[in-house]
Ligand binder design. Structure first.
Ligand code: PEP
Ligand code: MN
Length: 297
């Protein structure tokens, strides 16, 4: 079984290599990204992977409209929360199981693979039978029972960095999944909590460079939860790709002002189209493409 970081690892398969992490300079680093299939799409190859969709699934119409819009504009996968980890228990908690049925329909209609967050180990089996990628949210990054449960599936896992987690803690969380046998792990930088209040979180672009250098796992960036504001999403997305990210996770909603969660940071279709147009030249400048994909087995 391939370790997540290379032979330079010192303590676990994971303690990594640079000054920021534990290191053993005498050993060889394995940092060549290993692509992961997500349904028909792939993440970690030369072509970037764009995952887009609403924060929460709110109904059939908005989900299918979003799926067809983002697909037309070049997205490779559809995101949509069925179970939502809301700070307040009085906020919308997601449509639950009903949303999973809608996500399955949206996949059948659009052909896009589905990414959705799992919050509860008891939901893993059902969700694994519906979605193409199981998302572990920032608040669940250190829920070890949940990590073990998704580790026992063979469904790719999109693991988000915790709100105040170090890079090493993120890698240890990934290791909790890997030791159960699931090596299809996509790391996601989504901003960390700092002293800076102008953004919801601070996008740690350094994490992209460190993770790309230290591990063979694909690394994507969620600029939506970092920015907290739609007008900042595009510049952060461009920076992420320039820094070497393998893809993006973007919140898109038909009418952000009426979204039931995270409307302030959601792009409308026009803004998403603009982002996709601006992404191409940046991708090309760093040797990547923004193209339709097909997994080559
Ligand atoms: C989300 O993707 O909608 C979400 C809740 O993200 P995070 O876990 O990064 O806060
Ligand atoms: Mn959200």
């Amino acid at each position: 079984m391939q370790k997540i970081v290379g032979a330079r690892s010192r303590v676990t398969s994971f303690t990594a290599t640079s000054a920021a992490l534990e290191c053993d300079e005498s050993l060889q680093l394995s940092s060549i990204t290993k692509p992961i299939a997500m349904g028909e799409a792939v993440v970690g190859g030369t072509a970037l992977t764009i995952i887009a969709g609403p924060c929460s699934v709110e109904g059939r119409g908005m989900l299918n409209d979003t799926a067809s819009a983002v697909r037309r504009m070049g997205a490779h996968a559809l995101r949509g929360g069925a179970y939502k980890p809301r700070t307040s228990p009085h906020s919308f908690q997601g449509m639950g199981d009903a949303a999973l049925d809608l996500l399955a329909e949206a996949r059948a209609e659009s052909g896009l693979p589905i990414v959705s967050e799992v919050m509860d180990p008891r939901h893993v089996e059902r969700m694994a039978s519906v979605v193409d990628v199981l998302q572990i949210g920032a608040r669940s990054m250190q829920n070890y029972a949940l990590l073990a449960e998704v580790g026992r599936t063979r469904v790719p896992v999109l693991l988000k960095r915790g709100l105040s987690a170090t890079i090493q803690e993120l890698l240890h969380a990934a290791e909790h999944i890997r030791v159960q046998g699931n090596e299809a792990i996509i790391l996601c930088e989504r901003g960390i909590r700092t002293f800076e209040p102008s953004t919801r979180n601070t996008l740690d672009v350094s994490a992209v460079a460190v993770l790309k250098a230290e591990t063979h796992l694909p690394v994507i960036v969620d600029p939506s939860h970092a920015a907290g504001n739609a007008s900042l999403v595009t510049p952060l997305a461009l920076a992420a790709i320039a820094a070497g990210a393998d893809g993006l996770l973007i919140e898109v909603h038909p009418t952000p002002a009426s979204a039931m969660s995270d409307g302030e940071q959601s792009l409308d279709f026009a803004m998403f189209g603009d982002l996709m147009r601006r992404l191409g030249p940046i991708a090309n400048a760093v040797g990547r493409t923004l193209a339709a994909q097909r997994m080559v087995a």
